[in-house]
Each structure stands twice: as C-alpha cells, then as structure tokens.
Design a protein around this ligand. Structure first.
Ligand SMILES: *[C@@H]1O[C@H](CO)[C@@H](O)[C@H](O)[C@H]1NC(C)=O
Ligand SMILES: *[C@@H]1O[C@H](CO)[C@@H](O)[C@H](O)[C@H]1NC(C)=O
Length: 677
C-alpha cells in the first residue's frame, strides 16, 4: 500500500487517501444495496444431464468431481466477475472441467450462495452423470469430462414461457425483437468482463418491457452473438414474458422488472420510433415512441472501478499492457482446421462415393450417405467443380456457416478439400425430405395436420434464425420442400442454407446476376430483377406453406393451362370464402379449422407481390404461435410470369425436384445454365 511519502508526495497521498475512503464508502453502499436480495434461496429452473455416460460412484472421475465442485463454490466467494472456471485431475478421461456464471446484476453474496447450492444439488439431481448443467434464476453451474471453457453450446436449449398472452401481440413482438437484438448486441459486444446487458423499452404508457441477455464471460463476442441469436429465436412468442437458455447463454423478457434495476443504471439510448409493423395495413402505423434504455455494467461497479483506477494510476504510474486476442487470430484458425476432414476418412465413410450411398443430387452437387469410424452418420455433398471460390475464402465461409446451429437447421459439420475436390460434411437426417412425403399420394397420408403444422412452424423458426443473425444475415435463396429434411420425429431441418456464401455469390449485393433458386419458389423481384432480401425467402416460405396445406406441387400448375398457379388457386378460394377447399383432401381427421385458415392466410401474405406487404419471419413465427395475433387480410398475390418466359422455363426445368441454379442476365432474360448438373 502507501509507503511513507516524501514531502513532495504529501499532496498526492492525501488525495489517494481521500479516494480510498470514497471508494470504500461507495463499495459499502454497494454491498448494502445487495443485502435485500441475499435473503431468498436461489430459484431452481432446470437441469440437464444427457443420459449416455455414467461413472462409478468410487471412480477417479468421481473423486475429481468431489474436488471440482467445492473449488467452484469457493471461487464464487467475493467474486465480482460472477464467473469462474475450474479443473480437477490430470489425465484426460478422468479430468473434470467446470464453471459457473451468475446473472449480471446479482450481488456477490447471492452469487456465492447460488453456486454453493448448485454445487450440492447438481450431483443429487443427476447422479453419476459424466456431464451436467443446472440452472437457477440467479446462476448456472456445469461440469463435464470435456473442456467447457470458451466452448459455445446451443444444445440443449430450453424455453420457459410465462402464462398469459400479451395484448397487442404484433406490436409487442416488434418491440421485443428490437429490444432483444439490442441487448444481444450489447452483451456480445462487451469487450471485457461480463457479457451482460439489459434493455428497457416502453410498451404502453404504463407498461415497460424488460429484457436481459447474457453469455458466459469466457465466450468470444462472435460466439456469444451466435448463441444469443439461437436463444432469441427460441423465445416463447405471444406471451407476456419468458426465457430461453442454453449452457452458454440466456435471455429473458418480462413486463415487470425481474433484475435489480437499482444496480443497473439507466443510459437513455436510441429514441426511435418503431418501424411500422411489417404486416400492418398501410397508413395505420403505430406512432408510439420507443425509448430503449440499456446498461451493460452496474453503475456501482463502474464508479468503484473508476476510482480504483484513478488511485491505481496515481500511486503506481507504470504502464500496463492489455493483451487483447483478436477474433480471426490464431484461435479462429484452429477452429477452421478442426472442421477439416481427410479425404481418406470421407472415402472410407462413403464406400468411396459408391453409387449405393448416393442420396440425391441437388443444384450444388451430389449427396452421399456415410458413416464415420466413430459411428456418426453423415451426409457428404460433393460440390460441382465450377465454384470460383478460393481455398481460404471457402474455408472461412464454411467455418461461418458451421456456426449456425439451430434445431431446425441441418448442421454443417465440416469440409474436405483435395485438389479440385470440395466436399461439405453434414449431419445425417434420417427421414428424407419433405417433398418425398408431400408429393407422393401414399406417403402424404402419413402427414396428418399436426405433423404439417409442426413442420410449418419449425421451418419458420429455422428461417427466423437465419434472418435475424445480425452478424451475418443469411438469405436462403432456395427454400423449398426438397430442402426441408425430416428427422426421425418428423421435425423439419432446413438444408442448403449458406450455399450462396460458400459458392462465393455476393450476399450483400442487393442486385445480382447470379440467381440461385428454383423456379416456382422465386419471388417476382428476385426472378425478374435479381433483387434479394429476406422478403424473397418469405415468398418461398409462402409457397411452401401453400404446398403443405394443399398437398399440391406449385409446379404442377404450370403444365396445366389457364394461367393459374398455386397462389392464385388459393387466392380464388380465399376470396370466395371457401378456404377449406384448399386443404389437402387426404387430411380427413382431426385438424383445427382455425389453424388451417390462419396458415393459409400466412401463406397468402407470404406470396404478396410487394415485398413490403409480406410479413417478416419474426412476425410469421409470432402469427403461428399465438392465436391472439390478428392477421392482416392478404391481397391478390403475385402473378408475375409472362407467357413466353413461362414456356422457356418449362423447357429448362425438366425435373422440378432438383434444384436448378439459374444465372441469367437481368436485362435480356435469356437463360443459360452455368453450373453443370
Ligand atoms: C468400485 O466398486 C465396485 C463395486 O462396488 C468394485 O467392483 C470396483 O472394483 C470398485 N472400483 C474401484 C476403482 O475401487
Ligand atoms: C480455466 O480454463 C482455461 C482454459 O481451459 C485454463 O487455462 C484455466 O487454467 C482454467 N482455470 C482454472 C482455475 O482451472
């Protein structure tokens, strides 16, 4: 501390003393603030222990855990970061890794109490499991036999809705989306310390929306953002409140303050008017002003740190260097390498790309089924060689797309490069694709209404995740039934997303000459002028919904004459007040008329001519999950094909079930195939 000062330093020492007392005073005040919250016991939420691996009660792993858990408890005492990790044991199979995270606004006393409770509870709730996570309202704690430090996880994901629907749900979801996005941005953008942010926004004159986002402090900003996007996409919609969390991040919103608002100071920000509801009737926009208030660091801590920093600076004027590891540095490279598979491995897995292993052929290449030596089933896509992408770019894009993880997306596991050969390795999804069921009169019977409705909302959630990931928004460009795979429970998983990136087509360019997509699912502005946006995906989604409801293939209309397409067929019945005529006659038993009509309504909104008239995926997810949301009436849908073009396309598109990348010059409308099939 302070050494006896020379006369010349007296002044400075006094200053320092004053600052110390002030800092102490503030610190004590700060502690007092917390004393209210320390009385209650932590509130248990959830625990997760995959039931695969066990350890014997007298094993080395158990004794390592016995050392690990108390060390986490003691690391939580007086821990201002609200986060710590620990390891116990030396050799890999028996080594135990663990960490805890306290909610950003929770005080040190409550934090250590919560961690201590968790450390006791976790083994009781999940006896003898080699890995486990436990969540409380105030903290979370986990251990594993695999390293967990700075490993982002979006699985498992839990959501907990509040009971009670929200009034004015469509305006609410808009506001919630903005608040959550902002909180996610703030939390993941935080350069050091806690990755935590809360945002407040006024919903009505008397009601405020409170939103919170937090990642474990060890995550990189990038990973934190990816994780938060996944939990945000999973939030319960149409409810007054709810939360969603994974082992590495959490979000929550309520119409009441659920965190300690006195700890998080108010910094007014973004006084903005909300964008007019995307789905609202034109001219009737909501004028209420939104003031979003955001806070990343508790004020008390900030003030304290400020004074400590001043004092530190005065008494010890040595320069300190902060080592900041940049994203894209060495760690990123190891990540990319870890995604790379050897060609020999893939050859062995697919019986050297044997014909028997062939699953299908799409616009980007042939797909093979395979099995890795560890038993994992995979699907390998052998890309057609004409991609102009350099190796480095290719790897980067693959690494980026591999980070997109959501239960309604087919997971990209990695890639393989050998000379000209470029392969993408995906998780294997057992039940083929939606078109396999939907467009086969016998198999279609298996898709009762509840399955179809589950598929519609699953695809919507997956698309929302692709669209709302602000760091690199993905526009699918080729959403259609053959790109919706089904797992063993008939849950949908979207495939082939991010291909435009991997193939080096410019995403950011609003207008592009390279149109990738499948005739029948392309929005008019994309097909005609090459304009892409999330709304062109919404168009494809609209067509998809109409196909799922009707069991009719959009393209089946093109062969028949009369200039009708699926959208205009559905529209005719909608206008005539006979919407149920559109429903697949094979759906005979249980279905909710209301649900079918809502889905049809949403499908028709999706295929509107003007992109601005199409709802966003966020609105669609809400419309699907909450009956209290009033749906706008659709107008006459897009019908854009000129006869001559239609004929040309019919000739080109001989097999509707394969994806056809269609690059054509925007001026001349002449069609040439660039990628070999
Ligand atoms: C653990 O206990 C079981 C029976 O309870 C015994 O068979 C086994 O040898 C023990 N293992 C060790 C490492 O002590
Ligand atoms: C936390 O994890 C990091 C990375 O694995 C490790 O280097 C560090 O030693 C861990 N801390 C403790 C206290 O075990």
């Amino acid at each position: 501390m302070l050494s006896p000062a020379s006369k010349t330093k007296d002044h400075q020492t006094m200053n320092s003393r004053f600052i110390i007392s002030l800092a102490l005073f503030l610190f004590l005040n700060f502690l007092r603030n917390y004393s209210h919250t320390t009385e209650a016991a932590p509130t248990y939420l959830q625990n997760d222990c995959p039931d695969t691996t066990l350890f014997a009660p007298n094993s080395t792993y158990r004794s390592n855990l016995n050392a690990l858990l108390p060390s986490l408890s003691s690391a939580a005492i007086d821990n201002a970061d609200g986060f710590a990790n620990a390891t116990a044991g030396k050799d890999s199979p028996n080594r135990a890794y663990g960490l805890f995270l306290c909610r950003g606004d929770v005080g040190t006393t409550m934090c250590s109490e919560c961690v201590a409770t968790g450390a006791k509870d976790i083994l009781r709730r999940c006896p003898n499991k080699r890995s486990s996570v436990i969540w409380y309202d105030e903290c979370m704690l986990r251990y594993s036999d695999q390293p967990v430090y700075s490993v982002m996880e979006t699985v498992p994901i839990y959501n907990m809705p509040d009971t009670g629907d929200v009034a004015e749900a469509d305006r609410f979801v808009q506001l919630l989306g903005e608040a959550m996005n902002y909180a996610a941005e703030r939390a993941s953008g935080s350069k050091s310390g806690k990755k935590f942010a809360v945002v407040e926004a006024s919903f009505t004159s008397s009601q405020k929306l409170y939103a919170l986002a937090q990642c474990t402090s060890d995550l990189k900003g990038w990973d934190c953002n990816t994780c938060l996007r996944a939990v945000i996409a999973d939030l319960p919609q149409g409810k007054r409140g709810g939360r969603s969390f994974t082992p590495t991040c959490t979000v929550r919103f309520e119409l009441f303050p659920f965190y300690n608002t006195s700890v998080v100071a108010a910094a007014p920000l973004l006084p903005s008017s909300p964008p007019a509801p995307a789905n609202g009737p034109k001219g009737k926009s909501n004028k209420s002003t939104v003031i979003i208030i955001a806070v990343a660091i508790p004020l008390g801590v900030a003030v304290l740190l400020f004074f400590v920093a001043c004092f530190w600076h005065r008494s010890k004027p040595t320069t300190t260097y902060e080592v900041v590891q940049e994203e894209g540095g060495t760690t990123e490279i190891t990540t990319i390498e870890s995604l790379q598979y050897h060609l020999a491995t893939i050859q062995a897995a697919t019986n050297n790309f044997s014909h028997r292993n062939k699953l299908g052929e799409g616009g980007f290449g042939v797909v093979f089924q395979g099995k890795l030596p560890n038993g994992q089933e995979i699907a390998v896509k052998k890309l057609s060689k004409s991609s102009g992408q350099g190796v480095g770019e290719f790897k980067n894009e693959v690494a980026l797309v591999a980070k997109l993880q959501h239960r309604n997306l087919v997971r990209l596991l990695g890639f393989c490069l050998k000379g000209e050969e470029k392969l993408l390795v995906y998780e294997f999804v057992p039940n083929k694709s939606l078109d396999y069921f939907l467009f086969d009169p016998n198999k279609r019977r298996q898709l009762d209404w509840s399955k179809r409705s589950k598929i519609i909302s699953g695809v919507a959630r997956g698309m929302l995740y692709l669209h709302e990931d602000s760091r690199f928004r993905i526009i699918h460009r080729d959403l259609k039934p053959s790109n919706v795979l089904l797992d063993s429970d008939m849950n949908p998983k979207i495939s082939d997303f991010g291909m435009a990136r991997i193939f080096g087509v410019d995403q950011t360019q609003a207008s592009t000459n390279n149109i990738v997509g499948t005739f029948g699912y392309l929005s008019p502005e994309y097909a005609m002028r090459g304009q892409i946006s999330t709304k062109s995906d919404v168009y494809s989604f609209g067509v998809l919904i109409l196909e799922i409801i009707s069991g009719k293939k959009n393209s089946s209309f093109f062969q028949s004459d009369g200039g009708e397409n699926l959208a205009s067929y559905a529209w005719k019945h909608w206008r005539a007040g006979t919407p149920l005529e559109v429903l697949d006659p094979l759906i005979s038993n249980a279905y909710s008329i209301d649900e079918v009509v809502r889905c049809l309504n949403i499908g028709l909104l999706g295929v509107q001519q003007d992109p601005a008239d199409r709802p966003s995926m966020a609105s669609i997810v809400l419309m699907l999950s909450s009956r209290s949301v009033r749906l706008p009436q659709p107008r006459q849908p897009a019908f854009f094909l000129q006869r001559s073009m239609e004929t040309q396309l019919n000739e080109l598109v001989s097999d509707q079930s394969t994806s056809i990348p269609m690059p054509w010059s925007t001026n001349e409308m002449s069609i040439t195939e660039v990628y070999p099939r």
